[in-house]
Design a protein around this ligand. Structure first.
Ligand SMILES: Cc1cc2nc3c(=O)[nH]c(=O)nc-3n(C[C@H](O)[C@H](O)[C@H](O)COP(=O)(O)OP(=O)(O)OC[C@H]3O[C@@H](n4cnc5c(N)ncnc54)[C@H](O)[C@@H]3O)c2cc1C
Ligand SMILES: NC(=O)c1ccc[n+]([C@@H]2O[C@H](COP(=O)([O-])OP(=O)(O)OC[C@H]3O[C@@H](n4cnc5c(N)ncnc54)[C@H](OP(=O)(O)O)[C@@H]3O)[C@@H](O)[C@H]2O)c1
Length: 277
């Protein structure tokens, strides 16, 4: 099954059964933090029966006029954590996020019971370096992945690349890297192996330019002290807007990388951070 077919299937299954008891867990919001006028994060309680793989997404939403209004969201928390965390856009007039951006501690959020997704380690062959390439809210699944103890066993280096328009949009990514470096158990490994490359395109900053340009020019590898991308040793996970995905995919294919899946692990995997209208 292709990636978008998988997304459509889980969306259809969850949305088609809105009234069916057990289609969702009703979780309680425990924390909300606003970053910019377009970005926020929140946490909820987690039903003990809700299991997922780090990097997966699920349908979440709100009850509006007695009906569930749902969208796909990546879990930004790790699968061993007690609460669920999400990182969200606020789309002006967006059916869900024009409402979701106003949630407060104590409010209820619907969380589907069928997590799925392609950004999982079982779809990648073993390798030396793991590149996590993201733009905008596409960093959300990688907040989960960088807290996965397994990746520190599997790889020598993990490079989180996050591209945004403005510096203020990088804050969540910087926070999750700092938290991983300071983590009580993972910190010892993540301080040695986890590297962060934030870049912006519309302001002056320590790194500027698109992710694609940073790869093509070699600026990324120079900065992190790694050789140019090599399918023999590098593994790549990508999450961003539709155009970012297709440009990065083209760039990887041209370098001999092969897209992996659950049944056929290979050298890279991709997931949409959102769908165009
Ligand atoms: C597999 C998958 C995982 C996703 N994970 C997340 C996530 O973790 N966090 C998150 O905020 N969104 C995520 N999304 C997008 C999310 O499903 C919704 O589209 C988003 O919450 C906006 O909902 P809405 O009803 O307000 O507007 P929609 O009608 O869904 O979207 C309207 C338009 O807004 C733009 N848009 C939507 N989402 C984004 C976004 N995240 N970044 C930039 N532009 C966007 C697009 O142009 C879209 O066509 C994911 C989407 C997919 C397919
Ligand atoms: N961010 C905002 O302030 C803002 C405000 C209003 C509306 N919107 C709309 O919201 C949607 C999403 O905005 P967003 O900022 O989250 O995501 P975005 O437009 O995809 O931009 C996020 C980052 O990805 C880069 N990028 C875009 N296309 C790329 C490609 N093909 N290859 C590599 N990098 C690429 C952007 O660089 P560039 O800057 O070079 O494009 C930017 O640094 C867009 O449709 C946008 O029009 C955004």
């Amino acid at each position: 099954m292709t990636r978008s077919a998988a997304v459509e299937k889980v969306e259809a299954e969850t949305v088609a059964q809105p009234k069916k008891a057990g289609a969702f867990n009703r979780e309680t919001v425990t924390f909300v933090r606003q970053f910019t006028d377009r970005l926020f994060t929140f946490r909820t309680t987690r039903d003990p029966s809700f299991r997922f793989e780090n990097g997966q997404f699920v349908m979440i939403g709100l009850e509006v006029d007695g009906r569930p209004l749902l969208r796909a969201y990546s879990m930004a928390s790790a699968n061993y954590e007690e609460e669920l965390e999400f990182y969200s856009i606020k789309v002006e007039n967006g059916p869900l996020t024009s409402r979701l951006q106003h949630i407060a501690v104590g409010d209820k959020v619907l969380v589907g019971r069928k997590p799925t997704g392609t950004l999982v380690q079982s779809s990648l062959l073993p390798g030396k370096r793991l590149y996590l390439l993201s733009t905008g809210t596409g960093v959300a699944p990688f907040a989960s992945v960088i807290k996965d103890p397994d990746i520190y066993d599997r790889y020598e280096k993990i490079i989180l690349v996050h591209g945004c328009r403005q510096i203020a949009e990088l804050e969540y990514g910087s926070d999750i890297v700092k938290a991983a470096h300071e983590h009580e158990f993972l910190g010892e490994f993540s301080r040695e192996k986890l590297v962060h490359y934030p870049t912006v395109t519309r302001e002056a900053y320590v790194n500027t330019g698109r992710i694609t340009s940073a790869i093509e020019s070699g600026q990324l590898f120079e900065k992190i002290g790694a050789p140019a991308l090599d399918p023999a040793h590098d593994r790549v996970m990508i999450c961003g807007g539709p155009q970012v995905l297709s440009d990065l995919q083209e760039l990887l294919d041209a370098r001999g990388f092969v897209e992996g899946s659950g049944g056929a692990p290979a050298s890279y995997v991709i997931e949409k951070a959102f769908a165009e209208r």
